[in-house]
Write a protein that binds this ligand. Sequence first.
Ligand code: MV4
Length: 446
Amino acid sequence: MFSRILIANRGEIALRIIRSARELGIQTVCVFSEADRGAPWLDYCDDAVCIGPPPASESYLNIPRIISAAEVANVDAIHPGYGFLAENAHFAEICRSCKIAFIGPSPESMSALGDKINCKKLARQSNVPVFPGSESAIEEKAEALQIAEEIGYPVIVKASAGGGGRGMRIAHNRVSLETGIDAAQAEAQAAFGNGAVYVEKFLETARHVEVQVMGDQHGNAVHLFDRDCSTQRRHQKLIEEAPAPGVDPDKRDKLCTAAARLIQSAGYSGAATVEFLMDDDQLFYMLEVNTRVQVEHPVTEMITGIDIVAAMIRVSAGEPLPFTQDEISIRGHAIECRINAEDPDHNFAPRPGTLSRFDVPGGPGVRVDTHCRQGYRIPPNYDSLIGKLIVAGRDREHAIQRTLGALTEFQIEGIPTTIGLHRRLLKYSGFINAEIDIHYLERLLA
Ligand code: MV4
């Protein structure tokens, strides 16, 4: 096992990684930017190294500075958290060449799954359902028009290197498909340095259901069941829950085993999420695979009792997965509310500032993952996540009731937050009855 790891991240996920490492008897070294000097989570690691100025490009995204810090701090491994360098195969490659373990997949499997055209191909080969559409990058517009005729409009053009909704175009006819391909290609080339795009059937309404999976370096792969992430706005999730409501047991089994099969055949090691859209008939289509620990991993931890971050560290040190599929089961229901330093009344504009009051909720089934405390000044340079409220109950109704109580106890002053909106959503009949899809929140806020 590692004796010392470096955390190439900040905020709540840095603290989350510190906690699992501590349980495993592993020392932690945090890197921090000048904007994060003296930040609360740095009190909990064993060592902290300043790596540069506030802009992420000069600190948390700066590979040479992070590798230098890792060398100086003499760590065995680097945990990238989420965001920043977590899905950068070049970074994982550099870690390997410096003989530092990357706590995540190999650069090869990260690249194989991160390329969406290739990922879809692997899914097809593993009998994982995908949307009908092109099976390789579009070379000629005529080819895409031909496919669209076959599968029928509307279709969606997506960037192979994209993700999280960037570089997509919906087309309802031939003309908009032709312009959509040009636009998506140009956008993808500019944003990712890779203009490869593909086309597939567009589903108008759907739920966003994802499956947590884990693999090890011995060929084992398991799933940790599913989450619903439909409560989102502009691809920013606000609420996630596990298990996904409205999924029948036989469909759940098919979905989750399909996800585990995909990462098994990819020889994947570490934690990953296989994203799907689910239609009204509970038919699933894979969207993409995220090769990192996700913000919403705690809802899965709450219903399975598994420490996903600890398992990531263990498998990356070469240990087998510390659980088998038949040891994993769902107990109850969990909901996560993302508490952001944003003003929902002003288009969710980020509102960094000082937390003049910060009283966190507690009680049975209540977990708060936060790096914040009273008096902390949230810097303007990074994302606006203040913390996550994760609440478990014996069933969905119980979890909703408990979450409402916890939201009432959660008292933040000094900046606007999303707490009030969460209270409104958890009292909304559509949410209570799980009449949700990926568009309902934007309709409700309009
Ligand atoms: C889709 C889709 C409908 N049909 N693909 C958006 C982000 C990226 N992960 C994939 N996305 C979508 N792909 C087909 N064939 C609708 C979306 C989509 C979406 C997906 C998940 C969560 C929120 C979303 C919001 C708008 C569109």
